[in-house]
Design a protein around this ligand. Structure first.
Ligand code: GTP
Length: 247
């Protein structure tokens, strides 16, 4: 039988059966499935399709055990320090169920409505609050974003709240801002199928404020323009002019 703690690094190689997989830690089991399916599992990827029932609880327990080791390595006496006794458990819960849940949960259900009225005017939603984390230091990224949509008669209209729900699902992963907005744009394009889509995001990166260069005042602003927003400078101007002026 294969060493249960070692998942193969590539799909060719040993094929494990369910009994072998059951012996592995959940994280190795899930990684084995991902590698077998040749799926990327970077920090900003959603891997929910490879996680089976009950496995998130197992992952949480694994993270808790490793986090306890991190605290030990930091020479923190978690046994007598009443403030840190439950910290490993809290951090594991925070990672898996809260701040990185966008990796482990499927996309929220999105009801789509046909564009009966053939709406074809610019629609803007925002500011949508962004809560994310940088994949370099896992420090928070807090900010806001605006989404502009130019639908056509074949577009799917989605409920306004769904823009915020999809944004939250994508942002709740460790990542970099440039990739986050592209991922959000791709996801919305696929659902809504508009003539044009634009996103502007402005966020504070705590890895720049709390540590490192310790610059509290600089935020990062970036945008992604697709379809009509790329081709039509007037539309782009209209969208940008309707965003609240930055302070
Ligand atoms: N481009 C980009 N950079 C980011 C983002 N979030 C954090 N960073 C930066 O990622 C960089 C990490 O680079 P490193 O030079 O390896 O890290 P470091 O030595 O700790 O750097 P300092 O932060 O300058 O102390 C830092 O400059 C961060 O400010 C992001 O969303 N986009």
């Amino acid at each position: 039988m294969a060493d249960p703690t070692q998942a193969p690094s590539r799909p060719s190689g040993l094929i494990l059966d369910e009994a072998d997989l059951a012996q592995m830690p959940a994280s190795e089991r899930i990684r084995y499935r991902l590698v077998g399916a040749d799926k990327r599992y970077h920090a900003n990827d959603n891997i929910s399709a490879f996680v089976r029932e009950g496995e998130l609880a197992e992952i949480k327990a694994e993270v808790q055990a490793k986090m306890a080791e991190v605290l030990k390595a930091l020479v923190i006496d978690t046994e007598s320090d009443h403030n840190t006794q439950e910290t490993a458990k809290r951090v594991a819960k925070m990672f898996v169920e809260e701040v990185f849940r966008g990796r482990y949960q499927p996309m929220p259900d999105v009801t789509e409505f046909p564009n009966i009225s053939r709406l074809n005017e610019l629609m803007i939603v925002g500011p949508i609050t962004v809560r994310s984390a940088c994949s370099h230091h896992m420090c928070p990224i807090i900010g806001k974003l605006w989404i502009g949509v130019l639908p056509n008669e074949h577009s799917n209209l989605i409920g306004l709240s769904k823009y915020a729900r999809i944004a939250d699902w994508i942002m709740s992963r460790p990542q970099i801002q440039e990739e986050a907005v592209i991922m959000l744009a791709d996801t919305l394009l696929e659902r809504v199928k508009p003539d044009g889509l634009a996103i502007v995001m402005e966020a504070d990166h705590f890895c720049m404020a709390w540590r490192g260069v310790k610059d509290n005042d600089s935020a990062m602003t970036n945008s992604v323009m697709r379809g009509a927003f790329l081709k039509d400078a007037n539309l782009r101007r209209e969208f940008l002019s309707l965003l609240p002026k930055k302070s």
